[in-house]
Ligand binder design. Sequence first.
Ligand code: XBP
Ligand code: MG
Length: 256
Amino acid sequence: MVIDKLKALIFDVDGTLADTERDGHRLAFNQAFTEAGLAWQWTVPLYGELLAVTGGKERIHHFINHYRPATAPNNLETDVAALHARKTEIYTALLVEGRIPLRPGALRILNEARRQGIRLAIATTTTAANVEALLIHAISEDALSWFEVIAAGDVVKQKKPAADIYLYAMQALGVSADNCMAFEDSENGLQSATSAGLKTIITTNDYTKDHRFPGAVAILDGFGEPDKPFASLSNNNLNGAAYLDLALIRKLHSQP
Ligand code: XBP
Ligand code: MG
């Protein structure tokens, strides 16, 4: 008899719960740069390269150091922090306008988990302010209370691909890795979750569809919906399943 050890689902945010990068974060960065008088514009392809570095502040520093733009802030540390704070204001305003919905199937899985008493948490590189704005405006004010732990941004020193944010989330939940399933979209996210010992389901997006996902328990192009099946991008034996639900998550979690 298989003992069901699944107690918690831990979700990444950007690219997993919602497709936030191309038409959300990227636009917010560009508007903040323009307001600061910086002639920087992160195009869709360039932003795809810059996403290799997690964390908005770290990404700006990386851009300055590796792309060497003609104009750069005078006092890097304070100016980059101020740029990022303004970017976060712009981004959360996009969320408040309801411009970024959850990905198809995400709300269905969250509600099914809640009905079954499976605990919910978030482990993300973005800021808590961004997560709260997404949950409130893409779901409801009440949605904040669905997640026992929102592990976000600078709460850990080392961001993804380091394991820190998942270790922090599990510690706060009081669970061990074999009680959890992680949901991610990127190489950095998978590396973070698996180095924390977590089985991980990948849902890719336009920016991460060509990433490599060694060790993922499933690689899908989304959570899927009964009327909008996912595509499985790995040779998992999903027995013809068309969408992720708690039964399939439990099955993937129980596999050795
Ligand atoms: C993705 C990230 C974040 C966002 C930008 O986070 O790396 O840095 O791109 O958000 P996730 P900030 O772990 O959810 O995939 O500017 O707030 O960092
Ligand atoms: Mg992500």
